[in-house]
Design a binder for this molecule. Sequence first.
Ligand code: MLT
Length: 311
Amino acid sequence: MKIVVAEKIAKAAIDLFKQDPTWNVVTPDQVAQKEQLLEQLKGADALIVRSAVFVDAAMLEHADQLRVIGRAGVGVDNIELEAATRKGIAVMNTPGANAIAVAEHTIGLMLALARFIPRATETMHAGKWEKKSLQGTELRGKTLGIVGLGRIGLEVARRAASFGMTLVAHDPYVSPAIAHDAKIRLADRDEVLAVADYITLHVGLTPQTANMINATTLATMKKGVRIVNCARGELIDDAALAEAVKSGHVGGAALDVFTEEPLKASPYHGVPNVILTPHIGGSTAEAQDAVGVQIAHQVRDYLQRGVVQNA
Ligand code: MLT
């Protein structure tokens, strides 16, 4: 077997592939340049990626015997699924493995918005003591609107409940029993957006979810609403949200994901009350170990026994 690991993953994951001494494991340092990756794809049985490598039809032309692509993470939007399917290549991901990491980052961003933590830090480093202008608000008693109640959304809900927040969520696929057990009221998306003090997005990118936060939906939200996005940048119309924060209609936004990554020129730059982090929601030591080891197990089981998980 030839396994091409195109991006850095947990050592334990690489070791799992290397357990069989006959397996040829190509490591990320050997495919750091795109030409090297294309060359190594020849004869490869499996390709492992995180989010930086874009696997498109042109790349797959070089993969003459690829059977499986493993995405260490949740979103598979960096893989051209149709092109993979056309070539009979299975695509697997690791839903759930980084859910706690993303949920904790989401809660961290909500607290950072509520207590102006980035501004407090900046002003302190500048030698200022701006105690008066930094009076915050509590999460307790506020309504959290969760769009997408999958593994991450549910973990966010559990943590937000412990802060005394009221939970309302939209997810057409979730079982009402799960929502009921977690004390979450289900509602349609428009209602969630309209009643929430905080909105957090936990849906994948699809034609139905793209641009869901736009000038029209922003206008329906409560004045002062705070919006957190640790899902996908394309869910938000950036120009509209930046304007809404500048006008004060939106009280703050905390964004971890962007349509173009790495983020370069952006309407958010310099806007007060916009917190930006570089897609680190799933970047904890624990989560990266978990996604790497999980995808390695799935890919190995597929190659050895044809077992399909999370495809
Ligand atoms: C995911 O899709 O798993 C998260 O956005 C984190 C990542 O991109 O790896």
